[in-house]
Design a binder for this molecule. Structure first.
Ligand code: AMP
Ligand code: MN
Ligand code: MN
Ligand code: MN
Length: 281
């Protein structure tokens, strides 16, 4: 049985490790198949593919697309995408433009709350084109505004807090259009994290399937055992393929490690059993 970890981040978005370092760590952790799924970018893929060449680890080209659905932010993974697909790349560039606009807004709001220099401060932590709330969080910790990244989010960066700016990401249909154009398999990331009611989750899945969605992340570094079992039942009930990924962001989150994942619960059909998967991966 080989170990699949189909959700991870590098410095191309808000991860701590360079793509090549991520591949090295995944090998050490015994991962057989790793998907690099940076937020809204494929910029890390080439370096990761170079590092993975020669095996034995197999690299899956992926992306974690930010989506606005019903006024909330949902993350949709595209697995096994063509990393050169112009439709996908142009779509993601649009999200980058929103990120840059949002970053300036966040900084403006923080300045109004008495915290200056946040745009430059956050940019100092960015290693690629993506400017994420995580980068703001690092700056705010450095500036002594909160003891940890987690606390920064709670105090400054979530809804109702001084540095919050509403997401205006891709619609579900648009994001799935990009992923499908790139030949990828769309997967709803960490579904338990959105705290949706049963009815709302069913609605999300209905619209996701209608737009060509195929899978749901059942095993996730951010799911408890109960949440995993619940999402396993949801995947079976709705006939969705089941995915597994750590959502690794780096060694600073010691509770999430590459490849350290529960097995998929019984009765789930893994995404890697999908027709065409092994040809692509
Ligand atoms: P963004 O896509 O720029 O809005 O940033 C979202 C990222 O921030 C997520 O992918 C997480 O890595 C991180 N994040 C979100 N909420 C939290 C939280 N409460 N604590 C720590 N990191 C968080
Ligand atoms: Mn992240
Ligand atoms: Mn996510
Ligand atoms: Mn992620």
């Amino acid at each position: 049985m080989c170990c699949h970890d189909l959700h991870s981040h590098s410095t191309a978005s808000d991860g701590a490790l360079e793509p090549a370092q991520l591949i090295a760590r995944a090998r050490e952790a015994g991962v057989d198949v790793l998907a690099l799924t940076d937020h809204d970018t494929l910029d890390g893929y080439a370096a990761a593919a170079y590092a993975a060449a020669g095996g034995p680890l197999r690299l899956v080209a992926g992306v974690e697309v930010s989506v606005t659905w019903n006024n909330i932010t949902i993350h949709v993974l595209g697995l096994n995408v063509d990393p050169h697909c112009p439709v996908l790349l142009q779509g993601l560039d649009g999200l980058l433009a929103f990120r840059d606009w949002r970053a300036a807004e966040i900084a403006r709001k923080l300045a109004a709350a008495g915290i200056g220099g946040a745009l430059e401060g956050a940019a100092h932590y960015r290693r690629g084109r993506i400017l994420s709330r995580t980068h703001f969080a690092h700056y705010l910790v450095e500036a002594g505004r909160a003891p940890s990244v987690r606390d920064v989010f709670k105090r400054y960066l979530v809804q109702g807090k001084p540095g919050y700016v509403r997401g205006e990401w891709a619609s579900l249909e648009t994001a799935l259009g990009w992923i499908l154009a790139a030949g990828g398999l769309p997967v709803i990331a960490h579904p338990a994290r959105y705290r949706l009611t049963r009815g709302k989750l069913a609605r999300l899945i209905g619209e996701f399937r209608e737009a060509g969605g195929a899978g749901i992340e059942v095993v996730s570094g951010s799911h408890s055992l109960d949440e995993t079992l619940h999402m396993a039942a949801v995947s079976r009930e709705h006939g969705l393929l089941a995915s597994a990924g750590s959502d690794y962001h780096g060694p600073h989150n010691p509770w999430v490690e590459l490849g350290r994942l529960r097995d998929l619960p019984a009765g789930c059909t893994p995404v890697w059993a999908a027709p065409g998967w092994s040809l692509a991966a």
